[in-house]
Design a protein around this ligand. Sequence first.
Ligand SMILES: *Cc1c(COP(=O)(O)O)cnc(C)c1O
Length: 335
Amino acid sequence: MIRETIKELIPYKVTQIENVVRLDANENSNNLSFMIDAEDLNRYPDNDASTLKKAIASYLSVDQEEIIVGNGSSEMIELLMRTYIESGDKILGFDISFSMYKIFAKIYDANYISVSNDNYVMDMDDLINQAVLKQPKLILICNPNNPTGYLINKTEIERLCKSTKSLVVVDEAYIEFCEGSMINRLSAYDNLIILRTFSKAWGLAGARVGYLIASQQIVNEISKVKAPYNLNALSQRAAIKALENSAETLKNIDEIINQREYIYNQMCEMGYKVYKSAANFLYFEGQELLYDELLSCGVLIRAFGNRKYRVSIGSKSDNEMFLEGLQSVQTRMVI
Ligand SMILES: *Cc1c(COP(=O)(O)O)cnc(C)c1O
């Protein structure tokens, strides 16, 4: 009795290995140092998450009514599809990007059209041509892109917003690690939607908090399909605390960027082909069996097939373990 489109899917798998340095999921290795209280858990949480929205609104200088919060930005991606996608509708995006776009598109029986970014560059001329030609309902852009780390210039995204009536969704999950957010261009484009998360720079992956920023009109439509009480009370409190203690996060971001550039240089010196990254990870080409070799050194990274890998930037000691792992692999294998 299962829906046709679900038959071809497989459950999302996460590699669960104990006692390894986890550099596979772009989490933050820094655990924020605050406590949250567990009182009033007999009551449902604030359905509007108004205290959290107020804090986000003030952090980003946007209106509280332009925000929806939920269970990770993954929930935001799903809410978008639930609001806008009917069976067979087109969604446009880059080929090598966040895997959940294609998975949700499949669940909602959309027709996902991909523009190639095999050579690392995300060609906005290509994307705009396809947008004009195919007139998709949604255009999904991850900026900077996961897993490649490529950053699209803001003026290029503005060019896209101007050339199409499609909804342009910019997933800024990693934007805190670089410049170029579209937040301050929201009022200029009524087809622009931005996604953000507390899972990466803000170090709260375990709390599952994400949010969407768009015009009030779009937010009103999406609010219709949001489940009541979608963000639990503990997570709302954790995100509020994180914003109240933003100094710690900002300092941590600087350290991650420094470490990213350090690891980039070290890897280049070892002869690896590493791609420039604007996020908290590096995408690179490595030996055929690198994933297993590093795992035997106690380091978990992400493998994408075709000798392409992604490593998250962790704590200094995590990163040293990774570099030492690479060194020991090099004594045994050629690149
Ligand atoms: C990690 C990630 C997310 C998911 O974030 P959650 O808020 O944890 O659901 C969304 N988009 C991209 C591109 C990501 O890499």
